[in-house]
Write a protein that binds this ligand. Structure first.
Ligand SMILES: [Zn+2]
Length: 232
């Protein structure tokens, strides 16, 4: 993202970047650590996903492999559960954990879990917010600190934060469902489930970090432009 205003409040943005980098480093480290543990069932991520979906009575969701690192996702529109190469083919405890988490999203979709519906409904507003907020604020500043434009820009930015806040319960809930499913012992042993819990907790922290980083950026915008600038 482009930051045109370098000033003392920029440290808030830096803090956000550092938190996000630390969280993403931690999830990578944790995934690699438990990717070294081969599951006793010897299921790959794809095998586990298919097994869990069938067991959950979901037969309209396809499982596919996609490129990239930690790009695993579930698409409720297309009913496709995509697993990254590292997850799809690996028979590790970490891979099964990630696959089970994505199955958790498929189950949310299946049971019409309302926070997931709300999150999907917020996508256009969040995209609009993150695309237009800074340009509108910049135009507002250029037009002798036009308060209306600046406030519209800040409001648009807060839509991006709202989206990230709604994402949190959806992600936590998907991991909780994954751990519940895995606890029945058919895919993982009793000793393997706590390892998955660590991987999924690390993944959840990246969403918390992202929301925190966005909050710090919003705070900075409010500090810079939130007040009335009668002196201009
Ligand atoms: Zn997720």
């Amino acid at each position: 993202m482009f930051y045109p205003f370098f000033d003392s409040t920029y440290f808030l943005v830096i803090i956000g970047i550092v938190i996000s980098m630390a969280a993403s480093g931690y999830v990578n480290h944790t995934f690699r650590k438990y990717d070294a543990y081969r599951s006793q069932s010897n299921y790959s991520g794809s095998d586990a996903a298919r097994f869990i979906l069938a067991q959950s009575g979901i037969n309209n969701v396809g499982v596919q492999k996609i490129s990239g690192d930690l790009t695993d996702n579930y698409n409720g529109q297309t009913k496709v559960l995509s697993l990254s190469e590292a997850t799809a083919d690996s028979p590790s405890v970490a891979a099964i954990g990630v696959a089970a988490h994505e199955c958790g999203h498929a189950v949310q979709d299946h049971v019409n879990y309302w926070p997931m519906r709300l999150r999907t409904a917020l996508v256009p507003a969040a995209n609009l917010g993150s695309t237009l907020s800074l340009p509108i604020i910049i135009v507002g500043v250029l037009l002798s600190y036009n308060q209306t434009l600046i406030h519209i820009g800040i409001l648009l930015f807060s839509l991006a934060l709202l989206f990230q806040l709604v994402t949190l319960p959806v992600e936590f809930n998907a991991s909780r469902r994954a751990l519940q499913i895995l606890a029945n012992g058919q895919v993982l042993t009793r000793d393997e489930v706590p390892m998955v819990r660590k991987v999924l907790t690390a993944a959840a922290l990246t969403y918390v970090a992202a929301a925190l980083a966005t909050f710090l950026q919003l705070l900075r915008l409010i500090i810079l432009f939130g007040g009335n600038r009668d002196d201009n």
